[in-house]
Design a protein around this ligand. Sequence first.
Ligand code: ADP
Ligand code: MG
Length: 436
Amino acid sequence: MSTSKSRTAIIVQTAAEQTIAARANPLQTTSMRIGRLPGATDRSARDARDKADVAGIRMQHIDKTYPGALSKALDDFNLDIRAGELVVLLGGSGCGKSTALRALAGLEDIQAGRIMVAGCDLTGVAANRRNMAMVFQAYSLFPHMTALQNIEFGLEVHGVGKARRRAIAQEKLELVGLGDQADKYTQQMSGGQQQRVALARALAVSPHVLLLDEPLSALDAKVRVQLRDEIRRIQLETGTTTLFVTHDQEEALAIADRIGVMNHGRIEQIDAPKALYQRPASEYVATFIGLTNRLPGDCDGRHAKVFGQWIDLLPGSQSGRARVVLVRPESLTLSVAGSNGADGVIDSHGAGGNAAISNAATFLTGVGVRARITMIHFLGALVRVDTVVASDDWQRWNGGEPLSVTVQLPENQLPAGIGIGSEVLVTLRQIPALAV
Ligand code: ADP
Ligand code: MG
């Protein structure tokens, strides 16, 4: 950049282009700063606010319909985020994730509802007065600025002096692991590096809330995993309240304090990753996160009989004969179908010496299904085994419909000699499941 005047001209042009691009495609814009919280104009005020901040974010009863749209993009959407928490909105394309994030940022008008941040009602407050920063999928940095200049620019706009903005920019570059890349231009950096700069630029202005809309979707798989872990590390280190939007369940499970699973413009269930996985409240949530078998069962609302075995049901389960019970692969166990039923037992309960006895009992009482292995997937420490149920058994248990079952177990519990085509007995472990 030869003169500050020419640099300004380039910035203005680039910013204008990006505004146009943002209007044309709201998902393809840049990382940006969206102003300050009202009343938080200096560091001491911000520190005081941070200490007093126990409220985090509260989005209540938000409705949003885009002009001309037949259905609501947000339909009585509710979300609370605690200060310092990282919440992920997860859901398929078009379920309203970006709209929810943009409504929080003040980039979308809403027709109903209220948005509170740190106890302040921000409903209707302009985006540039909300003290939020965003990072989008496309890591569009200003191409004629170095990494350092990109970060400094946002600070300059907010009147931070030259020496201070250089110090902050350098510090944020170090935070994202690019301390030695300060003088690189966009085209000299990889996608992952550019997205790190975008993240540093967002964090440089000490936003109250960090908003990330599919920030990793444009990156290849390995970089995606690295950067996702980095985002979580930085978020924990800075304690920034963060809303992260993705359609990738693995990403969500890996980084979230809590995940809100979205469907048709509202959150269907929100909980910690493990709780969401183990205790899904609906079929949509159970099938969106993780693998699940759909097994036939007779249910009384609290218990189900599946393949002759009783298991507990999760809250929200349906009652009735021949319902579908959603059973995770690791909630099933496999044993070799020996002549007397006592051979080669695999018991993922860790029942130890009782395993052979329980397997013999299984055969005597006729529970479980006989199945043939069709595929074995080695997943490192775990192994996933696909089977097809023997025809006698699917005719008996599944109303005459063929049935496949997938079992997952620790690799070291797969008995020697078992392989594709082996006959096995599949039984259930006592893990609660949802009947739908
Ligand atoms: P997601 O981010 O979960 O993929 P969005 O929030 O982008 O979903 O979109 C939710 C719904 O609103 C979709 O049906 C989408 O087509 C619609 N939508 C999104 N943005 C606009 C817009 N600018 N104008 C009209 N409809 C939109
Ligand atoms: Mg989106």
